[in-house]
Every structure is written in C-alpha cells, then in structure tokens.
Design a protein around this ligand. Sequence first.
Ligand SMILES: [Zn+2]
Length: 341
Amino acid sequence: MLDKLEEVARTALAELEPIQDEEPLQRWKVAHLGRNSTLMSVFDQMGSLSKEERPAVGRRANEVKRMLEAALTAKVTEMQEKALQKSLQAEQLDVTLPGRPARLGRLHPNTQTMREIYRIFSEMGFQIYRSREVETDEFNFGLLNIPPHHPARDMWDTFHTTTPGVLLRTHTSPGQIHVMRQNAPNPIRACLPGMCYRFEQISARKDTQFAQVEGLVIDRDVTLADLKGTLNDFYRRLFGPGVKTRFRANYFPFTEPSGEMDVECFLCGGDGCGMCSGSGWLELLGCGMVHPTVLLNGGYDPEKFSGFAFGMGPERTTILRYHIEDIRHLWTNDLRFLEQF
Ligand SMILES: [Zn+2]
C-alpha cells in the first residue's frame, strides 16, 4: 500500500509539471485529488488494513494529499504570474511617447459679453429671467401696445410660422409681459436675455438672428432719473468709470417717453471717425418709461406703479469691445475667428 502511495505521488507530480492551461489543470485535479482518485481509494481501504499497517499508511496518505494540494496551489500561482507577464508584454504602454494635446474649448465672444452683462446686472439686484423664443402675435405685439395694423409693426420684419398667430419673437420684450404677469403686484427688477429673429437683409451690421438683453424695473415712484442713473452705472461698470454717455429722444410703442442711449466713440474719443460715422457717438440701446397700457396688460395699476425698460444688443457691445468689422463673423462658426477670443 505504501508503494502504491509513492506511485500515486510520482505520477501525479510528473503529470502536473507540463500543465500550462486551466482545463488540463482541472482534469488533473479530478484525476488525482477527486473523489474517485487512487489516493482517495487508499483512504477508503484503510478499514481493510491490519492494525500495524494502518498508522503508517494513514500518515503517508495524508502527507501525499497535502503535497499534491500544495503542488496544485503552486501551479495556479505560477500560471497566474505567467498570464500577468504575458498581458504586460502584449499590452505594453510606452509612456515616453508625447501625448496628443487636447484642444481646449472656450466661450463664444458673445456669450462672454452676455455673461459680463448678467454679472453686472446681478450685482445691481436684477434677476435673470428667460422666456420663450417662439411667441404669439399677442405677446410679441398686441400686449406691448402694438395692435394689428399699427404702423409701428413695420419696425420689425417678422418670421411667421405656418401656424397663424405664432411667430419667432422679434425682440425680448414679450418677456416683459410674462415676467409682469408672474410677479404682479410685486416690484420687479429683471434682466431678460435671449435670441431674437428678424426677416432682415443680411449685411455687415444686420443679421436675421441676434441676441438681446432687456431690462425691466417696476415699482412705486420709479422715474426717468432712475432709468438714467441705472444705465449710466451699468456702462461705467462695463466700460470703465470714465465713460461718457448721452440720451436722445426716440419713439417706441411700449414706452413713453422713449429714448436712445449713446456712448462716446472709443476709437476717436468724440472727434468723429469711420466707426462712429463722424458723429463721435455710438448707439448703445433703446429705453423708456413703461407705457401705462403695457403696465395694465402686465397686471399693474398705472396709477400706483411706474417702471422703465431698456433693450441692448450684446453683439453690438461685443463688436465695440473687440473692434470687429462685420457682425456676420459672430454666427458663421468659423474657428479661425472664434479662436481669437
Ligand atoms: Zn469715432
């Protein structure tokens, strides 16, 4: 029986030696350590052995079993180590290769200007309020004191949709009605930015889409002086404390009185040049005191409340900031242009 154990050990170890794969290893385990292996049959036959033989055979059988188990564990470790080395070599990564530089994105110059405008108005206590770009005729015109057939409608060439009465907003002003109806009768200090659309002849100064930033303030006892003070403060924060501005009278259907605000030409300092068409001034925005009819349409009693509104073109501000000669550059998505900002 002892000889048989030695034979089992010798055979098993010899068969284990060349094994390199998982499958033959499993077969080896079943053959030499499994329930039907020769080694296990030795344990089964212990009862038939004599009392003298039993202790020696039992001890040796256990030793052989432990030896084979240890050999199996060593083999598994060896195979794992080899697999690791193989994958390390096959998937070798050369960290000395220079990497491909990742191109960093940046914000569109107009977005940069818009964010600067939001930042300043936020500091002045305005809340940013967004409203929809597809509007009804009623909100874009009617509620803003521009009834159908009013000649003022000619000021805005409109993109109409195939649904009657639905259009692409021509200005951010319909947002005024939305924000008023949401907040009436509470005071409002809102900044309404967004994209607007007009059926324009595209030129160096005009495009069919453009951003606008509208401002709306409504409270008791708001006056024209508040309008001028707020806008002068805004442009000092945007362009620097020395900036010179002026107000001119104008006409808008939704404000009364209405005006436009100019800034002294940055390029010539007021002497007159090509950029300012010789006037020494650059037009910045339209503004005015909110028309009583618009206040009423928004849910405010014009006897108790007053307010002012203004609308500026951030593209125009961007062009002035960077001396861009053609407004169309802003929306053609040419990276050679955009990468300069
Ligand atoms: Zn000038």
